[in-house]
Design a protein around this ligand. Structure first.
Ligand SMILES: Cc1cc2nc3c(=O)[nH]c(=O)nc-3n(C[C@H](O)[C@H](O)[C@H](O)COP(=O)(O)OP(=O)(O)OC[C@H]3O[C@@H](n4cnc5c(N)ncnc54)[C@H](O)[C@@H]3O)c2cc1C
Length: 461
């Protein structure tokens, strides 16, 4: 039997029994049938059942609840959206961009509300995010983000901090300034996803674990196909597998699985914390292209996550990719550069998982009444709260009881597919490499590499 507690510290400490629930045994039917028991699938099931307690909802999961990104992430439950505010304004105009940002704020609060309502102890802590400029070259990026938020009328929740203000919050080396964003929390991802599954079951939802969906069909008789039978849907099938959707032939190019890896320290001593500060437990980020994110966990450890593990040809996803020695070593090295007083600290856990990148960086939620296929995906590593928003929209689209949420720019849209291989591999590996080189040049105070404009243009979001 697979020991699921080894997949992340969060699953190990979820406080829940990880023994798999019974799998599907023969074909069956429900009103709504969901692929994947991560946040998207479970939030969608939850809101559908809350709106209509008589509905029959079945969730089909290949491994166990929270096996995917939902049980492995960095714990940021944040109003940060995968697309920058400036780009949102450019694409959708000020009003729609602002509505989306406000809906993201509300999603953070909604996660807290439901945790309280359903008695899920997800260790919700609203400490905000501090994005640190580690070098003068990062300051323009922070100023431009702050300006964009101000144009959207959100200046009360974003504030530029001087180097000394930032240092008062947390003592990280080489900090020249920071952007503080208040509407953000950190959570225990494992407790959230496992607790959410229990809430879905209390409302009558059925979760089949260790049951692999191999294909799906839409139309008059929509269904998920598995080796143990098919699950037919009277109302809708929901494809909620984020990166894992790429394993289905029909959705192979829908998102790009890019690995983000995490390393975790042992709990720090009171003396170590006294040297570092970080009393408010803000989520911390760098301005690097490798997307570095840090969390001070409720039990006093430092979680440091970053990208960098190489993309594999054919959008491969495998357990082996959860651990990439070179990337984990780079992350541990970075942690010691940020906090040199921690020299000699013990790293107790290392894991990782795929984030799903859509071709236009923009998450989508979509329900087609003709095919009865619904989907929400493409959160690019910002899914903890975005899945909540996307799922509420999806539940509205499926039930037909629409509110202003269904008018948001992520509703009823479609992202283009990624290029075919080997072009996809060539482009992604080039960008991964270019971003590492740009970050490294900035760190050493050198000019950006010659090709940085091309890489930045390709990665513009
Ligand atoms: C290392 C890492 C760090 C991250 N950090 C953050 C963060 O700090 N903040 C943030 O907002 N976001 C973060 N994210 C992203 C966030 O976790 C995801 O966007 C979110 O969890 C996506 O949820 P989901 O339900 O759509 O997908 P998933 O949680 O991936 O769920 C998909 C489910 O489908 C199942 N499945 C796969 N194949 C099949 C099949 N054939 N049949 C049936 N089921 C199948 C999987 O086992 C899985 O349980 C991070 C992601 C990773 C990997």
């Amino acid at each position: 039997m697979t020991d699921y507690s080894t997949y992340s510290f969060w699953l190990e400490t979820s406080g829940d029994d990880l023994t798999p629930r019974p799998g599907l045994a023969g074909s069956t039917e429900a009103d709504v049938v969901v692929f994947g028991a991560g946040y998207t699938g479970l939030w969608t099931a939850y809101y559908l059942l809350k709106a209509n307690p008589d509905l029959k909802v079945a969730v089909v999961e290949k491994e166990i609840v929270g096996f995917g990104a939902s049980g492995r992430n960095g714990g940021w439950c944040s109003s940060k959206f995968p697309v920058t505010p400036g780009m949102l304004e450019h694409r959708y105009g000020r009003e729609d961009a602002r509505s989306l940002m406000l809906a993201m704020n509300d999603s953070v609060e909604e996660v807290a509300r439901i945790c309280q309502e359903e008695r899920i102890d997800a260790q919700f802590h609203k400490g905000g995010i501090l994005t640190l400029a580690r070098g003068m070259h990062h300051l323009p990026m922070l100023r431009s983000a702050c300006d964009a938020y101000s144009r959207l009328g959100l200046s009360q929740q974003y504030r530029l901090c001087s180097a000394s203000e930032a240092q008062e919050r947390v003592r990280v080396t080489n900090v020249c300034g920071a952007l503080y964003a208040s509407e953000n929390a950190s959570i225990h991802p494992g407790r959230l996803v496992r607790g959410l599954a229990r809430a879905v079951e209390r409302r009558g939802g059925v979760i089949y674990e260790r049951t692999e969906v191999t294909d799906f069909e839409g139309g008059p008789s929509p269904r998920l196909l598995t080796s143990s039978g098919e699950v037919r849907a009277r109302q809708a099938i929901v494809l909620a597998g984020e990166s894992y959707l790429t394993r289905l032939a029909k959705l192979h190019r829908a998102v790009l699985p890019v690995y983000s890896l995490i390393t975790l320290t042992e709990p720090l001593t009171a003396a170590q914390w006294a040297q570092i500060g970080w009393q408010n437990r803000e989520s911390l980020a760098s301005c690097n292209y490798t997307v570095d994110y840090l969390t001070r966990t409720a039990d006093g450890r430092i979680l440091f996550g970053s990208r960098g593990a190489p993309y594999r040809l054919g959008s491969k996803i495998s357990d082996q990719q959860d651990r990439h020695a070179q990337t984990h070593a780079r992350i541990q090295q970075m942690l010691l550069e940020w906090f040199p007083t921690l020299k000699g600290v013990r790293f107790t856990h290392a894991w990782g998982g795929p984030v799903g990148m859509p071709r236009d960086w923009m998450p989508m939620t979509r329900f087609d009444p003709a095919t009865k296929i619904a989907t929400a995906r493409g959160y690019t590593g910002q899914g903890v709260s975005t899945t909540n928003l996307a799922s509420r929209i999806l539940a509205e689209l499926i039930s037909g009881k629409r509110t202003e949420l269904s008018q948001l720019p992520i509703a009823q849209r479609r992202s283009p597919y990624w290029e075919r291989e080997p072009l996809r591999w060539l482009a992604v590996r080039y960008m991964q490499n270019a971003f590492l080189r740009i970050d490294e040049a900035g760190k050493q105070g050198k000019a950006k590499p010659m090709d940085s404009s091309l890489a930045e243009f390709l990665g513009r979001h």
